[in-house]
Write a protein that binds this ligand. Sequence first.
Ligand code: UGA
Length: 436
Amino acid sequence: MNIAVVGLGFVGLSLSSVLASKGYTVIGIDTDKKKCIEISKGCVPIYEPDLEKTLKIGLKKSLKISNDFSTIKNSDMIFVTVGTPQKINGEIELSMIKKAVKSIGQVIRKTKKNPIIFIKSTVIPGTIKKIILPILEKESGKKAEKDFGVISNPEFLQESNAIRDTKCPHAIILGGNDSKYMKKAKKFFSKMHPNVSIIITKYQTAEMIKYANNSFLATKISFINQLSNICQNIPDVDVDDVASAIGLDPRIGKLFLSAGPGYGGSCLPKDMSALINFGSSVGANTTFLKAVKKTNDEQINNIISLMEKKLGSISNKKITILGTAFKPNTNDIRDSKSIELIKKLLKNKVKISVYDPKALENTKMVFGNKIIYSKSLISALDKSYGVIIMTQWKQFESINNKLLQCMKNKLIIDSRRMLADKELNGEYYAIGIGEK
Ligand code: UGA
């Protein structure tokens, strides 16, 4: 079985590495030549636990990396994993996926194979039928369902758990027509993941499942964040205790109920905006989804208000931000709430010092010399008027009174409640914990 994976971001690179490590012959394609050279050497351009190890196993077996689309001509299966970011107006940006399927169509024109093209990239319902299929048929001069198959196969992996989730997904969704290609796809996935449910449905339903999944996760987070703002104003209430208790109800479930500064990353925010836009375009009322998004957009302001309430004027004061990655165990800062916070504080002329165990290089690309980058917790905290913990890096649990001594004013705002059980000599406020 020859497999091609088009687009080597964290989804595509994880998928090609895992498939190759399992013994499939895999070609990973990316248009970025420099990136291809690095990956071919076993160097991973992103920080993702276990990815480098799995990539190296894959490369030793059968994984080849290329920026030349013609190398996929012998593929039986082609996975499309290119990004679908958002435009400034919130709509989905399809230029990358259009380009990728155009190139795939041109390869299909010349091949004797009857490949299946799996669309893993997140696309709004109707995109495969209305945009992707016509491009493939035009560029290949061949017919879908007869000469090649196209299946929607949304991805649910989480950054920082990419390899685990690629190896053990919670479900496989296959959207498309009932055809020989669908039967072949089902057989392939049943062999890859024998104990995982496979849902076979129509294109649009599969595309919608992905948005339903991400918007429900966003909903849980905004729900608990709104609740945390209420809890914070009631003495002796801890939102984590509330969340663990309600999480025991199987109708609610315990995951994704950790309050914080709001959801960030390259997926939930852009998928919420795309779904709201799409909903309106089909004439549906999206009041609820808009409220989830608004709750998320406002969460960061609560942190700033608390800081201003405690410090008075914050302008020209040094404030320490701990964590710029959108979550721990990644160096990804895309749509990170911490980056948004820094931008807002800079507008208030705050002097910012940041520390993140993995994401400082990426942070530098955004802020240049506008902020101070610290190589350690202690230098980040030195002479600071306040510290805000934004990302739940394990390392921040080590913060103690000795470390805080170097601060000018010991104001600690903990958006993740990491230090809630410590007796700290300072003013400590945690999102979701009522003042005593
Ligand atoms: C998300 C989904 O979880 C994946 O299932 C999906 O495949 C992926 O988007 C995608 O569409 O590609 P990811 O962006 O990696 O995955 O990040 P999450 O783990 O979902 O976290 C998103 C944000 O929510 C982070 O900022 C995180 O800190 C925040 N979060 C998460 C909370 O504030 N509380 C929680 O309880 C959980």
